[in-house]
Structures are given as structure tokens and as C-alpha cells.
Design a binder for this molecule. Structure first.
Ligand code: TMP
Length: 228
């Protein structure tokens, strides 16, 4: 016999899954994450789509400070702290409550972007980013990270074609973008269970989404059925 209804629900409520998309400029994260949310919803999963920096009013205000304006307006450390200030707000107000309620969260960018952009790209180093992440992020780590990989020349051309006012990082030189690509690939190599690299340079959106959805099904649905 089951226990009381409330107890039964609490016992059955499992933490939602946390999926992040990462990649350089023009890598196509935004359309891919939108499609993944539709695909998960169509399978009956409660899912929330969000982004970084952003996702709450406060974090969106910080986003304006970091993605707009002159390249030299922040030191590498100040830029990193702004990313983490936005992330702290986002984690407290959106990500952790959603996961605890059993919702899945699909987020455009997370800590790996700070490691790649500020750690590798700006040259702050990985150790400083990891130390701050230990305090701000703690255990709230993604279950799966999809790294959309493509040559910076291709991504920057795509980004330039849809250029708006958020150009601070796009305007950096090619060596910056080469460093951050290398950074993402190192992250993936170090954590192969969490990270999957998707070739986003070749193929159309449908072909790339076919790869994305296959990885999500393999990594998260099989694990889920294994949970009982
Ligand atoms: P978006 O292009 O994915 O919307 O992201 C906005 C910009 O912010 C993008 O150029 C990458 C940059 N960024 C960082 O430099 N560090 C971070 O931690 C995050 C989340 C984004």
C-alpha cells in the first residue's frame, strides 16, 4: 500500500535534468536549444529554456554591461565577476528552483563559457574561474553539455550576418576565438561523460539537431529508465 499522497509525491519527485549548450560566436546554440525544448516538451517533459548571462531581470541588466560597449571597459577579472554575479542570481531564482521542482532546464551557456571566454580567451586562467565557480555554483552542475563546435571564421561570419548591438566579444581578434575554441575542446576532453562535441560547422540545422536529440536520448533517457 502506498503512503499518504503527499509523501508519495515527495518520494517520487526527482530532480530535473540540467542541459547546457556551449560554443563560440555564431555556433547556432539559440536555434538548437529552442528546438530541444520543443522536442522535450513533445515527450511530456516539463522544461524551461533560459540563457546566460541573463535569465532574471537582474542578470539581464548585468548582460547589458558585459556584452555591450567598448572591449576594454572591464578587466578580465571584473568581467568574470560580473558573469558570476549574473549566474548567482540566475541559479537562485530560476535554475535551482526549477530543477528541485522536477523541471528540466535547458540553458544557453553556463560555467564552461566563463572558462573558455574569460579563462582561456581573456587569459585569466582556468584555476581562478574554477575557484569562483566552487563558491557560486557548488553542486549545481549540468548533467549534459552540448558543445557546438565550428571554425571561428565560419561562426564569426554567421554572427556578423545577424549582428545587433551585442558585439563586444565578436569584435575581438581571431586568436581570442581560437583560444576559446581550444578551451571548449579541452573541457570536453577532460569530462567526456558530461560533454558531447557536436560538429556545427557542416550540415544544416536539421542535421545538427538530429545529432543533438540523439545525444540527449542516449545520455539522459536511458539513464532515466535505469533509475527505475
Ligand atoms: P550569447 O552570444 O550566447 O548570447 O552570449 C553572450 C556573450 O557573452 C557571448 O559573446 C559570450 C559571452 N559570455 C562570456 O564571455 N562569459 C560567460 O560566462 C558567458 C555566459 C557568456
Amino acid at each position: 500500500m502506498s503512503a499518504g499522497a503527499g509523501e508519495d509525491t515527495a518520494a517520487r519527485r526527482v530532480r530535473g535534468r540540467f542541459i547546457t549548450f556551449e560554443g563560440g560566436e555564431g555556433s547556432g546554440k539559440t536555434p538548437q536549444s529552442a528546438r530541444l525544448v520543443d522536442w522535450l516538451s513533445a515527450r511530456g517533459i516539463a522544461v524551461r529554456r533560459t540563457r546566460e548571462p541573463g535569465g532574471t531581470p537582474g542578470a539581464e541588466a548585468i548582460r547589458d554591461l558585459v556584452v555591450k560597449g567598448a572591449d576594454g571597459r572591464w578587466s578580465a577579472l571584473a568581467e568574470t565577476l560580473l558573469m558570476f554575479a549574473a549566474r548567482d542570481d540566475h541559479l537562485r531564482q530560476v535554475i535551482r528552483p526549477a530543477l528541485e521542482a522536477g523541471e528540466w532546464v535547458v540553458c544557453d551557456r553556463f560555467v564552461d563559457s566563463t572558462i573558455a571566454y574569460q579563462g582561456y580567451g581573456r587569459g585569466l586562467g582556468r584555476a581562478a574561474v574554477d575557484d569562483i565557480a566552487a563558491v557560486v555554483v557548488g553542486d549545481t552542475r549540468p548533467d549534459l553539455t552540448l558543445i557546438l563546435d565550428l571554425p571561428p571564421s565560419v561562426g564569426l561570419a554567421r554572427a556578423a550576418a545577424r549582428r545587433g548591438t551585442e558585439t563586444r566579444f565578436e569584435s575581438l581578434d581571431r586568436t581570442f576565438h581560437d583560444r576559446l575554441r581550444a578551451g571548449f575542446l579541452e573541457i570536453a576532453a577532460a569530462e567526456p561523460d558530461r560533454c558531447a562535441v557536436v560538429d556545427a560547422g557542416a550540415g544544416d540545422t536539421d542535421a545538427i539537431f538530429a545529432a543533438v536529440s540523439r545525444i540527449v536520448a542516449e545520455k539522459l533517457f536511458e539513464e532515466q529508465s535505469g533509475d527505475g
